[in-house]
Ligand binder design. Structure first.
Ligand SMILES: Cc1ncc(C[n+]2csc(CCOP(=O)(O)OP(=O)(O)O)c2C)c(N)n1
Ligand code: SF4
Ligand SMILES: [Mg+2]
Length: 301
């Protein structure tokens, strides 16, 4: 991984937008120690966002983009919904797919990248809403897991169709009444993390985005496991503050309430035994690399 692909030729430097120049100078491309802690001090891979003020999807995007192990060689696949408003602002290759088709597109893309670049690591990461993942796209989502496709699926679970005004989704909680679903949800929230694990995902995590350390860890785990073993799935609670009647500063409290013991977003992880051993090894390697980087920084002072 390096900054090679974003480098600007000297003759063109002055013509490039300042955001791009800033990215070449200060983005974390090429940094093996990249982390959510870089947010605020280096150039982020998300420029701005066009979501509602305070929407938890925006901070989720920041954490994910800061945690990807190999952003320069990652292609993200999005789908229609609030998430799709953000992709035009991110400095990562991405494809907008027809609503619900994201896992089918990602399957072909990952296979094509493997043929085209057999000696390189190319990560594919799907990021879509719950309506796209669980309702309209469920067939494509599950078939990609059954086939063992080697990419990560991330679902921004806000428990409804936010972008179209608040229709009911399979991930909506039982009894919830929204603007476009006035009768109230008649059945329990679909247990997609468990279904994902039973459908062939090698690593599954479900959590809120209230704790950046946790988000970073699961995203890194999911991408690394998808490279080596097969499909992985991460479900993140990113409440739609607009639809649940919260103020812009109330998203964090909403997530903390939802992850309390007994609530529907208590953090959980599922993985196979092989993956457990692999991640343990990976953790040891990461710790050693961090220690070496610290020692090198101290020696350079
Ligand atoms: C093929 C197709 N069907 C339906 C739609 C209409 N549509 C746009 S966004 C959306 C719901 C998105 O919900 P979700 O995936 O949960 O994302 P959110 O907006 O909640 O983040 C729907 C049904 C569409 N754009 N294309
Ligand atoms: S409608 Fe909801 S999910 Fe969409 S940007 Fe606004 S707060 Fe976020
Ligand atoms: Mg949604």
């Amino acid at each position: 991984m390096s900054k090679e692909k974003i480098k600007i030729s000297e003759a063109m430097w002055d013509f490039m937008p300042p955001e791009y120049q800033d990215m070449v100078d200060r983005a974390t491309y090429g940094n093996n120690q990249r982390s959510w802690k870089d947010i605020g001090s280096s150039k982020e891979l998300i420029e701005q966002h066009s979501l509602c003020a305070g929407c938890p999807e925006s901070i989720a995007f920041r954490y994910i983009l800061a945690s990807l192990p190999n952003p320069e060689d990652t292609v993200m696949v999005g789908s229609t919904g609030c998430t799709s408003l953000v992709f035009p602002h991110v400095a990562i290759q991405n494809i907008h797919s027809l609503f619900g088709n994201q896992n089918a597109i990602a399957s072909g893309l990952k296979r094509a990248l493997k043929v085209r670049f057999p000696d390189k690591i190319k990560d594919v990461v799907v990021l879509a809403g719950d309506g796209a993942t669980v309702d309209i796209g469920l067939d494509m989502t599950m078939q990609s897991w059954f086939r063992g496709e080697m990419f990560t699926t991330i679902c921004f679970d806000n428990e409804l169709y936010a972008n179209t005004g608040g229709q009911e989704s399979g991930l909506m909680q039982k009894g919830f009444v929204s603007k476009m679903a006035p009768v109230g949800k008649l059945f329990e929230k679909v247990r997609l993390p468990e279904i994902a694990f039973e459908s062939g995902c090698h690593y599954v995590a479900c959590l809120t985005v209230s704790k950046p350390n946790r988000v970073e860890k699961v995203i890194r785990n999911a991408v690394l496991v998808a490279r080596e073993f097969g499909p992985t799935y991460v479900q993140l609670y990113t409440p739609c503050i607009l639809e649940i009647g919260k103020q812009s500063m109330e998203g964090l409290d909403e997530m903390k309430d939802a992850e309390a013991i007994g609530q529907r977003f208590v953090a959980k992880e599922y993985m196979t035994d092989n993956v457990k051993a692999f991640l343990k090894e990976q953790d040891a390697k990461d710790k050693a690399a961090k220690k070496a980087a610290k020692a090198a920084a101290a020696a350079a002072k």
